[in-house]
Design a protein around this ligand. Structure first.
Ligand SMILES: Cc1cc2nc3c(=O)[nH]c(=O)nc-3n(C[C@H](O)[C@H](O)[C@H](O)COP(=O)(O)OP(=O)(O)OC[C@H]3O[C@@H](n4cnc5c(N)ncnc54)[C@H](O)[C@@H]3O)c2cc1C
Length: 223
């Protein structure tokens, strides 16, 4: 008798240049916990796959002048002429019920390689716009997404009374500007503050905390 059970699918898009970093260890802890929770997990390691993160005219066929990136994206989706590497990543995004962005906080934002991946892969006509709309009409509506990050600064600095604002305010553009725009429900970010300033025991505990957050990912509140 064949089973009709479909595993939940997660896609982790990871953006740290060092595989021995805490950020990469944290990504692996999250990945392993998602597997334990019954997810089929796909990982795109942006420093390994070396996709050029710069959106430019070179990736499109027969560009109309003046170059309008989203117009070319729409046309390439319609005509089936998207760069095959972009099409492949779009299909991996569309296949996942849960998207995880794994990255160190750089300039209070995502590293350029991740921002560039979004520029190139969250294509107009494929994940929003065209036959889709935005927000609840976008292609990823009904799915969830979460930021998994590390900082240099300690947690106290990322508070109302700290030197910086709470981390949620810096991640607003990820949660609402990227995830929500293309339909995802953005989940409360998972953050390890200042892993470089922790001792080995504290780092072990921090990885345990990340595993706990992903153990209950299906009940995680909205960002
Ligand atoms: C361009 C740039 C901009 C930046 N902007 C900001 C900013 O705006 N705000 C901010 O707060 N910070 C900023 N930073 C700092 C950055 O966010 C932190 O350095 C980074 O998030 C720390 O995570 P990491 O994984 O890189 O740490 P790592 O230095 O790789 O790791 C910390 C320690 O953990 C160890 N480790 C790795 N794996 C394990 C394991 N499994 N168990 C135990 N220990 C382990 C490592 O060996 C290392 O000793 C910036 C850094 C750069 C390069």
């Amino acid at each position: 008798m064949s089973s009709t059970f479909d595993a939940k699918k997660a896609l982790i898009v990871h953006a740290h240049p060092e595989s021995a970093s805490f950020c990469a260890s944290q990504m692996r802890a999250a990945r392993d916990e998602l597997v334990r929770q019954g997810y089929e997990v796909d990982v795109i390691d942006l420093y390994e796959n070396k996709l050029d993160p710069v959106l430019d005219r070179g990736e499109f066929e027969h560009v109309e002048e003046p170059f309008k990136p989203q117009k070319e994206q729409l046309k390439a989706v319609k005509e089936g002429t998207l760069d095959p590497r972009i099409r492949e990543d779009i299909d991996r995004v569309l296949a996942a019920d849960l998207l995880v962005f794994s990255f160190p906080l750089w300039w209070f934002s995502v590293p350029a390689v991740l921002k560039g991946w979004v520029d190139r892969v969250f294509v107009m006509g494929a994940v929003f716009g065209g036959d889709y709309g935005i927000l609840d009409e976008a292609a990823l509506a009904g799915k969830r997404a979460v930021a998994l990050t590390t900082t240099g600064g300690p947690e106290a600095m990322y508070s109302e009374d700290g030197a910086f604002a709470p981390i949620e305010s810096f991640l607003f553009h990820v949660n609402e500007g990227i995830f929500r725009f293309v339909g995802y429900e953005p989940l409360k970010p998972v953050v390890t503050y200042g892993p470089a300033h922790l001792d080995d025991g504290q780092r072990e505990n921090a990885l345990g905390a990340v595993r706990s957050e992903f153990e209950t990912i299906d009940e995680r509140p909205r960002a």
